[in-house]
Design a protein. Structure first.
Length: 237
């Protein structure tokens, strides 16, 4: 099963002491999760106060550290609106990126998603688009970039594991029925992480694991680091 490692997101070191937040820590974790069995790595650039950013200089710093530590890594980052003041600033910041990640994620629950997705492709990055609810799916299916996605991310917002799995499967069915042929990836948050990993394996889809989504191993104990979460997925068979 294709596995993405999402190594930090917005999680703080008060939530887990080994969450990577500096450029050097993100680079080290990238190397570690790839060695543990991840295929690609997704990271969020963090600010000194614990926030998130997509500023070109901050992104370049992290990418330089990753390339120095794991030069063959395939890595991507977010374009989430929470990293800036709104869709206009997001577009300007992504347009200003001088050092580019291999791929970038665009959530179709957000205003300006289609324009940002087009910019990602125009700039030469690989695109992955995300949907959180069934309400997001029509915008995704209408997007000019639909058929150039490397994968579609399905991120159900339901907190109940059974409901989250059902929602993911319903979204996947609608997307596939529309003729989408790229891979689909399921991922959850907190209590839905492992049920969605298992559902992805059962359904023949891709999966995601890492501190962005949750800190617990399948037995409910706290993982020591991101690499342990990746190894736990691989141990599922």
């Amino acid at each position: 099963m294709f596995l993405k490692a999402a190594v930090n997101g917005g999680r703080s070191r008060t939530e887990h002491p080994t969450v990577p937040v500096t450029a050097e820590q993100i680079a080290a974790d990238t190397a570690a999760v790839l060695a543990a069995g991840a295929d690609v790595v997704h990271f969020h650039v963090r600010t000194e106060d614990g926030g998130q950013t997509i500023r070109p200089d901050a992104l370049a710093e992290v990418l330089a550290a990753i390339r120095a530590t794991a030069p063959d890594a395939v890595v991507g980052t977010t374009t989430g609106l929470w990293t800036c003041s709104g869709p206009e600033e997001r577009y300007a910041l992504v347009k200003a990126w001088e050092v580019l990640p291999d791929f970038a994620s665009v959530a179709f629950c957000e205003e300006g998603a289609a324009e940002t997705a087009e910019l990602v492709v125009e700039r030469g990055m690989v695109l992955e688009s995300a949907v959180w609810t069934m309400d997001d799916v029509p915008a995704l299916l209408a997007s000019p970039t639909l058929h150039v996605n490397v994968r579609i991310l399905i991120e159900p917002v339901e907190e109940d594991p059974d409901e989250a799995v059902a929602a993911a499967r319903a979204m996947a069915a609608r997307i596939l029925a529309a003729g989408v042929t790229c891979p689909i990836l399921y991922h959850g948050e907190g209590a839905t992480v492992w049920p969605l990993v298992r559902a992805a394996a059962e359904d023949g889809h891709q999966a995601r694991i890492g501190f962005e989504d949750g800190t617990e191993l399948p037995d409910g104990t706290t993982a020591p680091d991101n690499a342990a979460l990746v190894r736990a997925v691989r141990a599922l068979g």
